[in-house]
Write a protein that binds this ligand. Structure first.
Ligand SMILES: Cc1cc2nc3c(=O)[nH]c(=O)nc-3n(C[C@H](O)[C@H](O)[C@H](O)COP(=O)(O)OP(=O)(O)OC[C@H]3O[C@@H](n4cnc5c(N)ncnc54)[C@H](O)[C@@H]3O)c2cc1C
Length: 500
């Protein structure tokens, strides 16, 4: 259960077994990252009763991740830019929690959301939620697991805002399962949340603007960064010059990262990729090769760089399980990922379900804050200020330009050997997936998964999904899973019996 006094559950939450009819929040927000936090405090400011639920122990999500108080960090803001925006909203959250307007539930992982009528039958089947006339149900029930004992919590609310963020896109390469190979965002999370470095000599690789931020943070914290290896070419931004010029603050942010790399003597290799990690007990070196425009390694360009860690990531993927479980429509975003299809008021295609932040397409913390505020206005029935709408459009245009520039080229599968594990949970190598496609006729990722078990392990395809889809010759489709995280059987067994 929540631990600090400000986290005590209020009238919007109770054990599922208790009195399910008591307590109905106006809005339940899933995710206390920039989008969910902004939405919760804005909606509470309009007088709505809000329940804010987050799997993490502290508000802030991925961007405003900060060390646990026990670590005694003197300046937790030192690893962040835009800390003031977070601090103001965290203060507002505390004030609204104290007044009872917001019930904040950290350490609660929502595993499904169902319309109240269907709550008896949770988890929901494949039909989109909402009735045939497109009306929202009177209430939604959000089922969560909480705390180390994994007890059941149910939250009821008239409207739901999904602000569940994203996770890293990983493209495997030979040696990527060696100790010392970590996600680029993971390295950042280790540093921001645990004040530890993944190694002393860290190659930062993959694609996307996060690499510059990560390399800058690692170098400033004392790591040696021999190179940032970026698979895309920055000339990919050229067609989007107008969108770039309308976002001078983003360009300045890029310049700050660039300056940090220069100061620390970090080499930036564009159109290059780490195509292999070497080592026995842990990574000792990487092979870096030059790529063609489709990300195919060019013969004769490989060279070794010694290191004891690799921080690698190829952008982010929207985390959509709860939304797709409800039947919310998706679209293909500029970076190739599937994102929620949202209207101008941040509404999903399912009446009564809103969304903000990375779920609507990878864009960064600033648009997430803006979209959270827009969604809160819409849920409260307030007119959305034109300035917020303009800001969202400007930031989203910049994000699309970034997404297009760093979208993986099709040739990246050329660095996979047949014995490279693609699905690390089920230990399925690339050769077996290629065999399923070439010899057994698997024409899509789902069939490849059924034939090889790739994507059936603990992470449920979050790591290998993009790679299996690419090997099967298609773009990754959003998964439709009834449970968004592992749930103990006793919780499912403890739900009220199915109606009829
Ligand atoms: C690992 C990682 C590291 C990153 N590092 C940086 C960085 O250094 N610099 C940078 O500019 N950008 C970084 N980003 C991107 C940045 O974090 C996002 O742009 C920004 O945080 C988006 O805000 P959001 O509110 O949409 O999502 P998030 O900040 O991701 O917040 C989503 C929240 O939802 C919660 N959640 C998800 N599913 C559930 C569920 N089922 N039940 C309950 N809670 C749930 C999560 O715990 C999380 O707190 C990183 C992203 C990732 C994935």
């Amino acid at each position: 259960m929540p631990t600090s006094p400000s986290d005590l559950p209020g009238p919007g939450a109770q054990d599922a077994a208790d009195h399910p009819e008591e307590g109905l929040a106006d809005l339940a927000v899933v995710g206390a990252g920039p989008a969910g936090l902004a939405a919760a405090v804005t909606a509470a400011g309009f007088g709505l009763r809000v329940t804010l639920i987050d799997a993490g122990e502290r508000p802030g999500g991925q961007f405003y991740r900060h060390p646990a108080p026990q670590l005694g960090a003197e300046r937790p803001e030192a690893l962040h830019h835009g800390w003031a925006a977070f601090a103001a909203r965290e203060r507002a959250l505390r004030a609204h929690t104290a007044s009872g307007r917001v019930t904040y539930l950290p350490g609660h992982h929502v595993w499904t959301v169902v319309p109240q009528d269907a709550a008896q039958d949770a988890p929901q089947d494949a039909a989109p939620a909402g009735d045939a006339a497109g009306r929202a149900p009177a209430a939604w029930v959000l089922h969560a697991v909480a705390g180390p004992e994994e007890h059941a919590v149910a939250v009821r609310a008239r409207a739901v805002l999904l602000a569940t963020g994203s996770y890293e896109r990983q493209l495997p390469f030979p040696g990527w399962t060696l100790p010392g190979v970590v996600g680029a965002g993971g390295a950042q999370a280790m540093l921001k949340g645990g004040l530890v470095l993944p190694g002393r000599r860290v190659v930062v690789a993959g694609s996307g603007p996060l690499l510059l931020a990560v390399a800058g943070s690692l170098a400033s914290a004392g790591a040696r960064v021999p190179a940032v290896v970026e698979a895309a070419a920055y000339t990919g931004y050229a067609p989007a010059l107008p969108a770039l010029l309308r976002n001078p603050a983003k360009l300045a942010e890029g310049a700050v990262y660039g300056g940090a790399l220069l100061r620390h003597g970090v080499r930036l290799l564009t159109r290059h990729a780490v195509t292999e990690a070497h080592g026995t007990d842990r990574v000792e070196a990487v092979t870096v090769a030059r790529l063609d425009a489709d990300w195919r390694p060019l013969p004769g360009t490989a060279r070794r760089i010694p290191c004891d860690a690799v921080a690698v990531g190829h952008g982010l993927v929207p985390q959509l399980e709860l939304a797709t479980g409800l039947g919310c429509a998706t679209r293909r975003a500029a970076d190739g990922t599937a994102a929620l299809d949202l209207d101008a008021l941040q509404r999903t295609s399912v009446p009564g379900i809103w969304s903000a932040g990375e779920t609507g397409g990878i864009a960064g913390a600033q648009p997430a804050l803006v979209e959270g505020e827009i969604a809160a206005h819409a849920v409260a029935g307030r007119p959305v200020p034109a300035a917020l709408v303009r800001r969202r459009a400007r930031l989203r245009a910049f994000a699309d330009a970034m997404g297009r520039a760093h979208r993986p080229g099709e040739g990246w599968t050329g660095w996979l050997r047949d014995d490279t594990d693609v699905c690390r949970c089920e230990e399925v190598p690339a050769g077996r997936i290629r065999e399923a496609v070439a010899d057994l006729g698997a024409g899509d990722a789902r069939t490849a998964k059924l034939l090889t078990r790739a994507g059936m392990g603990w992470c449920q395809g979050r790591m290998c999904g993009p790679a299996v889809a690419a090997l099967a010759g298609e773009e990754q489709a959003p998964d439709r899973r009834p449970l968004s995280c592992p749930v103990p059987m006793r919780l499912l067994a403890g739900l009220p019996p199915a109606d009829g």
